[in-house]
Design a protein around this ligand. Structure first.
Ligand code: CP
Length: 305
């Protein structure tokens, strides 16, 4: 593939190939000298129309570890503020001959639209509620390293499924690799027709967490909620926030994940976020490795290679 726009459309063997490649990238990142020359002479631009801590910084570090020249475009001080459109902004950057453009945008489909208009490789770093493919890959890598495989794992994804590109990409990937996916949320935070994605749907944490090997908590995305949030944040934590009691409904060796950023005390108790079953910091390390793997895979399809 010339672009990485989503998990949808990737074959299981391609997903596993990226995870294997990421295992090698973990070794590179743990060395004192963390450099490979795969992208030497190549230019990577990170174009983020939405806020990011993990994704943007890990794409920058990943590109640099592979030898690319990486430029972070600051959208907040760009001519987007003067009314320049997404396509014009991308076409302007494209005229500077980048090889890879990493894009995050608040609209679903915006990254694919852009990929069709310009001639460099494009990676989706999150498009509205649609997909966040490298997040699902880093989550799968983290799970596989702890549980040995993805097939037949029971993964409970809990919380704001409605607004979550992380949930969508994870559901597609986990189904492709043969996991059993359960989603748990109040009805106001479930997209219509979610069952058609091949998941079991629960509203109670007690039922939903039964048999879970992995408990993946999602951030309550209040910035995407137009009106007031139902239930209230206090009720939400009481019924759907992961605390010690609710975690006890899952398997005794269940592991806890969260893509970040976390709302401590809203969807997760700090005691659990920082506790012995949490993989949240490790997910961040895997994020760099997976982004190195994705960049390396695209490098094989760049012209003159
Ligand atoms: N998980 C994730 O995408 O985090 P950022 O929004 O900080 O990039």
């Amino acid at each position: 593939h010339r672009h990485l726009l989503g998990i949808e459309g990737l074959q299981p063997q391609e997903i596993l190939g990226l995870l294997d490649r990421a295992e090698e990238a973990i070794e590179v990142s743990r060395q004192v000298e963390k450099k490979k020359a795969v992208l030497r002479g190549r230019t990577q631009i990170n174009l983020f129309f939405e806020a990011s801590t993990r994704t943007q910084s890990s794409f920058e570090i990943a590109g640099k570890r592979l030898g690319a020249d990486v430029m972070n475009m600051s959208v907040s001080s760009s001519s987007v503020k003067k009314g320049e459109t997404l396509i014009d902004t991308a076409a302007t950057l494209n005229a500077m001959h980048p090889d890879i453009l990493v894009v995050r945008h608040h609209a679903a489909g915006a990254v694919e639209l852009l990929a069709n208009k310009i001639d460099c490789s494009v990676i989706n770093a999150g498009d509205g509620p649609h997909e966040h493919p490298t997040q699902a890959l880093l989550d799968a890598l983290t799970m596989r390293r702890h549980k040995g495989k993805i097939a037949r794992l029971v993964v409970a994804i809990c919380g704001d499924i409605l607004h979550s590109r992380v949930a969508r990409s994870n559901i597609i990937l986990l189904n492709a690799l043969g996991a059993r996916v359960k989603v748990i949320a109040p009805s106001t935070l479930l997209p219509a027709g979610i069952e058609k994605m091949g998941v079991e749907v629960h509203s109670s944490m007690k039922e939903g967490l039964r048999d879970a090997d992995i408990v993946m908590m999602l951030r309550l995305q209040r910035e995407r909620m137009a009106g007031s949030f139902v239930p209230s944040v206090r009720e939400y934590f009481r019924y759907w926030g992961l605390d010690r009691e609710k975690l006890s409904y899952a398997k005794p060796d269940a592991l806890v994940m969260h893509p970040g950023p976390m709302n401590r005390g809203v969807e997760i108790d700090p005691e659990i976020a920082d506790g012995p079953q949490s993989l949240i910091r490790e997910q961040v390390e895997m994020g760099v490795a997976v982004r190195m793997a994705a960049l390396e895979a695209l490098a094989e399809h760049l012209p003159n290679k």
